[in-house]
Structure formats: structure tokens, C-alpha cells
Design a protein around this ligand. Sequence first.
Ligand code: ZN
Length: 579
Amino acid sequence: MVLKFVFELDSNNGVIEKILIRVADILNIKLGLSRDLKILYAFVDGSEDEIENFSRELSKQLPLSIFLKSLNAEVIEEFKDDLKREFPEINLPPCPKCLNEVKDVKNENYYNPFHHCEVCGYDVNEQWKMENGKLFFELLADKLKKEGKIYIQTMNGKYEVSTNLEDAEQIVAVDLAAVATYFMSFEGDAKALGSIEKPLVNLKTNLNFKKEYELSTPAYLVKLPDCMVLELLCEEIKSDIKLLGLKSSDLSVDFEFEINNNDEIIKAVVTDTRNHDILVDKGDRSLLPKFEKYLGKDVCGINAQYAALSSEDKTVIDFKKKLSDNTEKKEVSKPFAGYFGVMNQYSLEEKVTMGFAFYKEDESKIMINSPKFGLVEYIEFDFKYNSVKDVFAEISAMDETGPKLIANYSKKNPELFNKIINLDLITEKKGIAYLWGLIGIILGFSDDIDNGYKKVLEFANSAMAKKGPRIDYKMKDKNLNPLWAIRTAMSFKLAGVDGYLLSYGIVESFAEFLTNTYEQVTKESPLDGAVIVGDLFEGEFLNKVYTNIRKNYPVFVPKALPLSGAVEAYGEAVIISKS
Ligand SMILES: [Zn+2]
């Protein structure tokens, strides 16, 4: 009998594949692997008993993954095995088997922080030299409890680990119960946090947190232990301490070892879609190197610290320094590279799609690609001002209410008004990031564009809101006219709307503008889906855009990659391979 397992899996980094191979080896059962764009198939051939044993063992060993959307099984006739069993070497938090072993007193790896296997672990050559790992972690935990902080090397860098959470960069919760006690977390958040990728997730603190820790911080980046060092430390403290604050440090006096891992921990955005699709907006740990389709002999694309190199039978996407060094940057604009990278990953080149490619410090564009007309640029986001004074002058010239608005604004906040009109607007920010930074200045969040942009995002991400005020985003020919957004934001401030809610509205309304743009076009000439790419898409903004469009239409984001970075390197290689 042949049983076929169907894994709806966005990633091809080998995590699920290697677990399947391991279980088949343990039970000595015949395993076949195959895959298409969306699905990994596993075929097991054996007696009914053997297949039942396989399923039981698999359920013990199989980790949750943010890339695993569903799992089904069916009995079929045909066995298939055509997947090349070659997988990239990635850094990955501990797998279920290794976690069991380090906590099993009879196992030779009991309390060995360097224990790992062919599936999980980090690029570390150290051997655990100490006789008694349990005692070592007990002493470390005692010091943390007594002194309130320790300085340790983890698999992901050196940290000051503290029981004081006040200005923690990230929080480690000892388990999911601790997350539920102190944060507002929902179904999808637990799935993301508990996955083997162990991403950081932005979570809002609850009343319990505010009371117990006497802190008013509205939100933190939270993760569960994502390496054996933190895992074993948390095992020792979890009956007394539930949350630890982590801050990057140069010191590691309490536990030191050598490790070769500079990967950035991934940050997950759990969307409000029905299935709570989980997207990665930043980071590369467990995502690189990544194997993609062969694009031709020695075709190479580069973006920032990433490169994509096609040779032999596949394209490898990785850090530039790890690939060939005869690579040089070609002149491909970022929005095109991003759009083509995602299109190629999902084989969308022969479909009609709308591409939303938005960058903080590069061009942003809305584009439409179709087999009939090729690539058409639809909307641009290009504007710059010399001073807030100029912005106000243009708003005054728009219509009759313009001058009244400016007069009211100066009357209501004369101090703010006089300060901002002459502020320096020099920045690398462009497009929407520039506009939001400018609005941040005008609302009094900051004195410069960069910080103003940061504040608007921070407020929007931690606002306790379901719906914000409606900010106008309107077009002028083929360009967005930024003045409408600025003046509506000013009116709401005059009406007394607070900074958090107003920022939420600024972000939410732009997500709605993008959704409306898609809907208007698809009504007239049907589209096959939206592509979202670029570093402007993060946090609540990414959630809103994705969730809104996904309600009725397919949405494609960089597959098993963050929203920006590596995907543009791949896209550049795609474009070069076609030229
Ligand atoms: Zn393992």
C-alpha cells in the first residue's frame, strides 16, 4: 500500500524533507519525495502496520513551521520519488528530537547546549567540555535570579539577559503560557512563536503585564527560546521567571564560546486573514541559503548584502560574501527587480498581475504585468519639498479651505507651527516613507523626516485600534498627490485625535488606497493577483495591505524570504537572464 502525504509548504529549505527522511530511515520504510510550486509530496510504501508506525513517529518528530500551511494524506496506487535530495545548510533553532534529548537525563546529550542534528542547529564547532551541564545552567540561573542580569553568548549573538524589561530590545518568554499571561496574543501568534523558525513577533502588552512589571511599554518584540543556550537557561528559571529582556552586548563574561552566525533573526507578521497567514517582513535566519530555479549559465544578481547566482542546475540565493566574488552590480531598478523576483518564484510571468513595489529609500511603483502588454508602470510616488513652509503654501493654494486650515493649525499650536516651518527636510527617505516622515514632523512627533517616519510606524504598530480616522490619498495624473494626506492628518489633529490613533489611520488608509487601486483595475480588466514586495511593507501596514486584498484575491509575497533584500538579488538575476 502507498500513502501519499500532501504538505502545502512554501519553503524548500529541507526542514520537513529531512525529518521525513529521518523517520523513514528509523523505521526502514521506503520513502519517495516529489514537489511542485506549492506542495511537497511524500510517498511511503509498506504494510498497513508499517505505514501506521510511520505516521505515529512523524507526528512526534514533525515541528510546526510558519511555512507549512496544511497537511493531508491519502491512499493512492502510484509511488513517486523524483526530488533531488540536496538541501541548503541553514541555521535553525532546535528540532523536537534534539529538545527531547537535552532534557532526557539518560541521554548522552543531557544539558549539552551544543547538541544539534542534521536538521537543526547553528554553525558552531565547539564541543561541550563541562562534565555537568545541568549544574552549570543551575548556577547561571541562580546568578540571574540574584543579580538580575547576566552576560552570555547565545547562538544568535551576545546579550545582556535581564529580569528588568524596561528597555529590552527583545523579550524571551519561557513558554507559550507566559506569552498568554502577559501579552495580547491570538491563535496565529502562538503558531508563529511555537514554530521551529522561532521568529520575533510584535505583541502588545496586556493589563496584567502593566500591573506586574509596572511598565507602560505598549508592545515588544517577543520570541520563545531560539537556541539551546536560551532553552536550557529558561528550563532552569521557568518556575520563578517567565519573561527575560535581551539587549545586544559586547560582553559575554558568564558564558562564552565561538560561533560563526551573523544571520538576522526573522520577524514574523501574523495577518488577520482567516488562516492567519504568517509573513516574514525582516531577517534571514533559516531562510538563506535558498535554492531557486536555474536561470542560465553564470547569471548573477545582487542587492545590498545579498546575491543570487545561477550555475549548474539551480540558482543559489545567499549572502554576497559567501558566493563568487566576481559579481558586480548591474543597473536594474529595485521595484522591477523585486516584482520580477516574486513573479518568477510563483511562475506568474504569463499571468496578469499588479505589482506593489515600495521602498523606503528607493523608487516606489505600482506596476501591471501582462503577457499582452508586458510591464506597464501605473502609479509613481515621487515628491520632495524644501521646507514645511513650502508644503503649507501649496496646501493654501489648493482651494478655499486650504488657507483656513493652515491658519487654524498655527493658531491652535503656535509653538509647534513656528518650530516646524523652518525645519530641515534633508533625508534619504523617498515616496511614502518621506510622506509619512513629513506628516510625523507636522504632527509634532519629531524634528526630522527619518525619526518622524519611525514614530508614525511605531505608533501605528502599538495603537489599540480596530479602525483609524480616514486619511485621504488622492492622485494627480500618474503620481500620488501627497498634500491631501497631509491636510487630512492636520484636520484630525485639530479635532483632537491622539497620535496613536492618527498614525494607525495614516497607515490603514494607505493600505485601503492600494486595495482600492487593485479593485478598480480588476473590475475593468481582471487581474490574477497582487504582488507585494519592498521594505516599506512591514508590521501593521503589511498586515493591512495583505489582509485587505487577500479577502477576495490572491496575494503573492517573496516566497520563504523577507519582503525585501534577497528577493531583489534574485529578481535582478531573473531580469538579466531574460535580456
Ligand atoms: Zn535536531
